[in-house]
Structures are given as C-alpha cells and as structure tokens.
Design a binder for this molecule. Structure first.
Ligand code: SF4
Ligand code: SF4
Length: 92
C-alpha cells in the first residue's frame, strides 16, 4: 500500500498538491486543526504560509505519478511506494 506523508511544519497551504493530484489524495484543513505545529523558518523565509495545511486523506489511492512532488513549494511530501521506494519533493 502506498503511503503519503506530509511534514506539516513545512506545509504552506499553497494547495498545489490538491490541484494537481489526479486521484484526490489531498484535502486542505484550517491551520487551527494542527495545534503545536510550528511553521518551518526556512520555508517561511521563501514562501507565505496561508490559512490551511494539507492532509493526505487518501494516501492509499496514490498512483505515484509524482506530480505533487514537483509542485510542493514546501518540499514536504514524502511518498513510499508499494516496493518501499521513497519519493521526495523537489520544487521545480
Ligand atoms: S504522486 Fe500520488 S499523491 Fe502525488 S499527485 Fe500523484 S497520485 Fe497524487
Ligand atoms: S503542495 Fe506542499 S506546501 Fe503546498 S499545500 Fe501541498 S503539501 Fe502543503
């Protein structure tokens, strides 16, 4: 089963992942649903944090197309495929 993980402290809520995912893995949730998550300073220096963060609510549906990995400005998505290979975000 494919696993999709998001490092929430780096998630800016840009929604790029949700917009590009062909199988609706991601949902954006209000930031106040993540108490204790502190914005990553390195990401904050480059991008604006919005009012939501992303959750991978349908991770097992992921087909590992990697579209989200190239669109994630926080470079915070990690996908582990069926064979255990790890795919990480690299913002284009
Ligand atoms: S790699 Fe998976 S989670 Fe990312 S856009 Fe493709 S199907 Fe969606
Ligand atoms: S693309 Fe990355 S930074 Fe943007 S909402 Fe999705 S997980 Fe968060």
């Amino acid at each position: 089963m494919v696993q999709v993980d998001i490092a929430l402290e780096k998630c800016t809520g840009c929604a790029h992942c949700r917009d590009v995912c062909p199988v609706n893995v991601f949902e954006l949730k209000p930031r106040d649903q993540f108490p204790g998550v502190v914005d990553d300073a390195g990401v904050a220096a480059k991008f604006q944090f919005r009012t939501e963060r992303s959750l991978a609510v349908n991770g097992p549906e992921c087909i590992v197309c990697e579209a989200c990995l190239f669109e994630c400005e926080g470079e915070c998505i990690t996908i582990t495929d069926d064979e255990g290979h790890v795919h990480t975000s690299t913002y284009k």
